[in-house]
Design a protein around this ligand. Sequence first.
Ligand code: NAD
Length: 218
Amino acid sequence: MANIRCVKVSKKAINVHKAGRMGLQNTTHGMVGLVTGGASGLGRATVERLVKNGASAVILDLPSSDGPALAASLGDHCAFAPADVTSEADVRAAVSLARERFGKLDLAVNCAGIAVAVKTYNFKKDVPHSLEDFQRVINVNIAGTFNVIRLAVGEMSKNEPDADGHRGCIVNTASVAAFDGQVRKHDVTTPRKLSCSITAFSRWVKQHIRLLKGASLE
Ligand SMILES: NC(=O)c1ccc[n+]([C@@H]2O[C@H](COP(=O)([O-])OP(=O)(O)OC[C@H]3O[C@@H](n4cnc5c(N)ncnc54)[C@H](O)[C@@H]3O)[C@@H](O)[C@H]2O)c1
């Protein structure tokens, strides 16, 4: 059984990390990352930064996304895995692709997400928010994130610990909306609160794997 340890990243450590671009380059150089939602927005920027810094990246995104073109443009250190984060088979295939193409998996960055900005009840039209839409957001943003975490840590646990004793790192995207609800944004608020909870809960998964929450200012 793999060794178990939890690491809490202090604000000071994050600031030191952010402070120098060299620090980031040294941190990710040679690593292999799986980035969900990697074909657009935050995920795409993460993929581009990883490859630029000498890491390899697997873009996990929907078959209809720009993933194939992005992977082709970034060269041999990038691969596209057409996948839906809510599918066990798809995510398993993406994790396998990381191992087959690049030999291991060090990072998983969860950026795949959808948002529906609709009021809970539209009093003008006398129509409630669609329950189906709300459930779809929960399924992609929460179940999808958990699906990726649970399958990625299995692969990371096979890594030898690095000099800091870490076998891997997982970053979950959150939002300031998790803490500060916005009108029409409960589809965002609820999943992001849960995303933070998953991160807090998962910290107790003792596999020498760091779990971080990346909250952006939306
Ligand atoms: N952009 C921001 O400033 C910001 C701020 C806070 C939170 N967020 C959250 O971060 C997440 C990403 O934001 P973004 O701006 O990069 O969005 P985006 O729409 O640019 O990218 C999301 C990506 O996820 C992919 N995706 C959607 N459903 C998927 C699924 N089922 N399986 C696999 N891939 C799927 C999409 O194809 C797309 O490429 C969203 O959940 C968003 O709410 C974004």
